[in-house]
Write a new protein. Structure first.
Length: 426
């Protein structure tokens, strides 16, 4: 989900060109999600960039524990602190490089800092080649890539980031390909943002049938079981919504459905493409673990929670005004840590044609959105004045973030990510 901003003065004559985000095959993400610069989760090759961290103990590239830490079982996070792979979301970093070349002062410093910040890469149906590249880069640099799987059937329940696999069989085949590509390499994997939340707290009018809920619970369980049995150095987090959506009780209901389908759940991701504070999110995660009956490791997306979002209605979760980037967390992933934080949603990407940016499609990167998130008032632009026609073709990225909406609230992911970055003078 995404944001706004404006460039004036000298920048006006520079007319920044948007870089079409295409770090790998473009994916059709049903929801307006990350497809912008930093938070990762864009449409298109579903590769928004956001990275995870690893815990203590070092593991050799072949997956063997080279530092004498206790051996791990498949699917168990490797207890070795490992730096996140930076630069995964290629189009995002390309946009940052472009902007850094035309701005100055404090804004330039902030953008240069972002260039050193890891973000997650969103992977969709055609994202296997890109995933292969990320795993290779991670191995050669001895760093861990963070990937967001976003391809479940009926993704986003057909909303802004709709799309996904044609059916359960196609999805299982894709998951096998993902698992085979990850192999024994190190990776942080975020499993299907909003998928569990939509099982138990769908938007009115988009409710899945009981058969669809049962199938989705089984598919999510299959993903967790596959990684546990085949990918010993992957740290896997099942997405579980955000604080307030679903409620703690609804979230536990969803987790139990997946558990009953045969999965062992030990880690969840929260606040993906959302705006809840770190403290609020962590308290929610702790409450979920207590109600679920076991402590759960948390991966928190703090890409856009740097300021309170006061907008009401749909704008509270879809391109809200005043949003700010969260405080960058550690650049090192620690699997053994109870809480890790990372930019999962790509900064600068829109949540959809809504809120403060009704003319910027989901997953599309826009300079003005990033400028708003960086708090640079001088370069902010009233998005309503931007022509919708200038938007590139939508990509399947992750939908926009949805903060707490009633039962219908969702965490929006990067939807179609088409990078639109021209700066307009006002």
């Amino acid at each position: 989900m995404a944001k706004n901003g404006l460039v004036a003065g000298a920048l006006a004559t520079t007319a920044l060109l948007g870089v079409d985000a295409a770090a790998g095959p473009a994916l059709a993400d049903p929801r307006p999600r990350l497809t912008s610069p930093l938070t990762g989760g864009g449409n298109g090759s579903l590769g928004n960039g956001s990275l995870g961290e690893r815990g203590p103990g070092r593991v050799a590239e072949d997956g063997n524990n080279s530092l004498g830490a206790p051996p791990t079982t498949p699917g168990t996070p490797v207890p070795v602190p490992t730096d996140y792979l930076v630069g995964a979301r290629a189009s995002f970093y390309e946009n940052l490089a472009r902007l850094a070349g035309v701005v100055s002062g404090d804004l330039k410093t902030k953008i240069e800092d972002l260039q050193k910040t890891p973000v997650a890469e969103w992977i969709g149906g055609d994202g296997i080649p890109r995933l292969r590249e990320l795993m290779s880069q991670g191995a050669s640099q001895k760093k861990v890539p963070v990937v967001v799987l976003y391809h479940i059937p009926n993704r986003d329940l057909g909303n802004h980031s709709g799309g996904g696999a044609a059916n359960a069989a196609a999805y299982r085949t894709w998951i096998d390909q993902v698992s085979n590509t990850v192999g024994t390499g190190k990776a942080v994997v975020i499993v299907e943002p909003d998928a569990l939340a939509h099982m138990v707290a769908p938007e009115p009018g988009r409710e899945p049938s009981s058969a669809q809920v049962t199938e989705r619970a089984q598919l999510l369980a299959d993903v967790l079981k596959k990684f546990k049995s085949s990918n010993p150095n992957a740290s896997v987090y099942l997405d579980a919504g955000t604080a307030g959506w679903p409620t703690v009780a609804q979230t536990v209901d969803g987790l139990n459905r997946v558990k009953q389908a045969g999965a062992d759940i030990s880690a969840i991701s929260l606040n993906v493409s959302n705006f809840k504070t770190d403290d609020e999110t962590q308290q929610h995660g702790t409450a979920v673990g207590t109600a679920f009956g076991k402590p759960l490791s948390l991966m928190i997306d703090n890409s856009r929670n740097g300021a309170p979002v006061t907008a009401a209605g749909s704008e509270s979760w879809c391109n809200p005004r005043g949003q700010r980037l969260g405080t960058p967390a550690s650049k090192t992933f620690t699997a053994a840590a109870p809480v890790n934080k990372l930019y999962i949603k790509t900064p600068g990407e829109s949540d959809g044609d809504c809120g403060a940016f009704p003319n910027i499609g989901a997953g599309t990167f826009a300079d003005e959105i990033l400028f708003m998130q960086l708090g640079d008032v001088r370069h902010q632009l009233d998005a309503t004045a931007r022509p919708a026609a200038s938007r590139p073709a939508a990509r399947t990225s992750r939908p926009a973030s949805r903060t707490s909406r009633p039962a219908a609230a969702r965490t929006s992911r990067p939807a179609a990510s088409t990078s639109r970055a021209a700066v307009h003078d006002r």
